[in-house]
Design a protein around this ligand. Structure first.
Ligand code: TGC
Ligand code: FAD
Length: 410
């Protein structure tokens, strides 16, 4: 045995590392279980159309919009021309696409930014859907064709400043004044509020909660942008104020009475979020994969280390499972078999999965992860809103808890 002489290294120096062999992935991290292979040709066409819009017209500008808190209003017309507003509705200029197609639209848009999915969620599920389901024919004709083309924008005013989780406790009221109504109160955190041509406002009446269509410019109605947001900065969010706003009888949605009506709209929008949030997660994961395969530390790319592969694999696992849940939910929705508590489970699951993935990806990028040069921090900050609006995580956990125990613990 040869002992090292004084001054010689005890072990031979590490031989120079051979350059890593080029990686050849065999499966797609963003769709590990090939869930998209289950899409019909029509659903694929919808996906590819929205993907092109996002790649060509959203991604080049969205980082700047986020940084400067600018809502990209120029995209409204483009989205309208593609028929993405009110896509699930039939008639009045709407294409009558199925639930999977609506999900795919939400996913692709949110791969760009949650602000754009928010725009479409509110316009489609929270404004056009209730006008279609609960409105008069005159209200449908007045608003649906214009909203479908992006010529008019709507918003949905349910939340009030004293507690959005408990909308039954709203203080906005509408009282009858002859044939008219007089609306008083305020709404808070309303997506599209400052830019909306029409606000669907939910108010207490002597008969129960009712919905009213309030047009921009109506005397006593004003909207104010919410400042200082550090999330959804490319979305327009506002407070709405109603100071004795006089509305004609035709402003009330005749078929909507009670909290059931706004909650039914939320079921549609929450379904869309269960797909949408996964688009944000895909964007973050794609970025982190590429970064980790190029970032060389300690002589090898990050993606060649066990710890990083385990973290990437964990993200793929939770994303793939959430994708299956979303697709299953969509097919059930198309068959009319969906229970609202199932939507709660999916909305909660997708938001949590996406938020965890965004945070993990942000971390894998190290210091670069806090820069808007990369997408992770933007999606991470957006997802803090997405997990809060349309019912917080706790609200959805309690909805699932109620469904499995029969006891309401809200
Ligand atoms: P509850 O007793 O549960 O229900 C009252 C009536 O409504 C029916 N119902 C539903 N119907 C359809 N779809 C649903 N999801 C429904 N949930 C309940 C229910 O059957 C009942 O009908 P009926 O005929 O017996 O009267 O009412 P509750 O007061 O106990 O409410 C429970 C709770 C907490 C779940 C509800 O208040 C709730 O969901 N709170 C969260 C509020 C929320 O999500 N707000 C969202 C505001 S909009 C928004 O955030 C838009 S952001 C959009 C974007 O930018 O993308
Ligand atoms: P609260 O209801 O005050 O909740 C505070 C905390 O208490 C939360 O953690 C919640 O989970 C918890 N909590 C509540 N109840 C319970 C309970 N029983 N047990 C245990 N914990 C509980 N609303 C609209 O109407 N239209 C819109 O277009 C819209 N857009 C939005 C856009 C953005 C960017 C944001 C941030 C919000 C938007 N909202 C909108 C409002 C959103 O729906 C509410 O923020 C949400 O419902 C929560 O209400 P809140 O903020 O008042 O929180």
């Amino acid at each position: 045995m040869k002992f090292p002489r004084h001054g010689e290294p005890a072990v031979s120096p590490t031989p120079p590392l051979t350059p890593p062999t080029p990686a050849t992935p065999t499966l797609d991290a963003l769709d590990f279980l090939n869930v998209d292979a289950e899409l019909t040709p029509e659903e694929c066409t919808v996906r590819d159309t929205v993907a092109r819009l996002v790649n060509e017209q959203v991604l080049p500008l969205i980082g700047d919009c986020f940084e400067h808190a600018r809502f990209p209003a120029e995209l409204i017309a483009v989205i309208g021309e593609l028929g993405l507003f009110g896509a699930s509705l039939t008639g009045h200029g709407c294409p009558g696409l199925n639930a999977v197609s609506y999900g795919v639209i939400c996913r692709e848009l949110e791969r760009g930014d949650s602000a754009l999915r928010s725009l479409v969620s509110v316009q489609s599920s929270l404004c056009m859907y209730p006008i279609d389901a609960y409105g008069s024919e005159a209200q449908r004709e007045r608003w649906l064709p214009a909203m479908a083309r992006g010529k008019a924008v709507g918003c949905f005013g349910l939340t009030e400043a004293h507690g959005g989780s408990d909308p039954q406790n709203m203080r906005t009221v509408a009282r009858r004044a002859g044939a008219d109504w007089v609306l008083s109160g305020a709404k808070m955190w309303i997506t599209n509020g400052p830019i909306a041509d029409v606000a669907l406002v939910w108010a207490q009446t002597p008969e129960g909660i009712r919905g009213f269509l309030v047009e921009r410019g109506t005397r006593g109605y004003s909207a104010q942008e919410v400042a200082h947001k550090f999330s959804l900065r490319a979305s327009s969010t506002g407070a709405l104020f109603f100071d004795e706003v006089r509305l004609p009888a035709g402003a009330m949605l005749p078929q909507a009475l009670g909290l059931r009506a706004p909650l039914s709209c939320l079921s549609h929008a929450r379904f869309g979020i269960s797909w949408g949030a996964l688009g944000a997660a895909q964007a973050c994961l794609a970025e982190a994969l590429s970064y980790c395969s190029e970032r060389v530390l300690f002589g090898r790319p990050l993606s060649h280390t066990q710890a990083v592969q385990i973290r990437l694999a964990e993200m793929v696992r939770s994303l793939a499972a959430a994708q299956l849940v979303a697709l299953h939910l969509a097919r059930r929705k198309d068959r009319g078999e969906l229970d609202p508590a199932q939507v709660s489970l999916a909305k909660w699951n997708s938001c949590l999965v996406a938020l965890q993935i965004a945070r993990e990806c942000r971390d894998l990028l190290g210091g670069a992860g806090i820069s808007l040069e990369h997408v992770a921090i933007r999606h991470l900050l957006n997802l803090e809103s997405v997990i809060t609006y349309e019912g917080t995580q706790t609200i959805h956990q309690l909805a699932v808890g109620r469904a499995i125990t029969g006891v309401s613990a809200f």
